[in-house]
Ligand binder design. Structure first.
Ligand code: FES
Length: 108
């Protein structure tokens, strides 16, 4: 599939996440520290949408039990989650954010 449009840059406020569908994948597109990231929109602990959690310092926090995940590589940074979440290549193209869900970044 390669890079496809996920959303408009203008849809993402600083330090926020937006739930989008890219192909058949649920993705959270996130802005943090002026950078854009794309992470599977599913906590590795109990399938909760990460897009509803808090964002900061290139991390996203699951609202249910508080596990944090790196937006750079998907690593679980706090219990109870121990498994990483896939992170996808993400780029700005004009006014849009594009994501490549077929080529997740290497797991940490
Ligand atoms: S469901 Fe996300 S930490 Fe438990």
């Amino acid at each position: 599939m390669a890079f496809v449009r996920a959303c408009a840059v203008s849809e993402l406020a600083p330090e926020s996440a937006l739930a989008v569908e890219v192909g058949e994948e649920d993705v959270a597109v996130v802005q943090s520290g002026g950078q854009f990231y794309a992470i599977r929109d599913e906590c590795s602990h109990a399938s909760i949408p990460l897009s509803e959690g808090d964002v900061g310092d290139a991390e996203i926090e699951c609202y249910l039990h508080g596990s944090r995940f790196s937006l750079r590589n998907g690593a679980a940074l706090g219990l109870p989650a121990t498994e990483p979440v896939p992170v996808y290549p993400c780029r700005v193209s004009g006014d849009d954010i594009e994501v490549d869900v077929d080529n997740p970044l290497p797991a940490p």
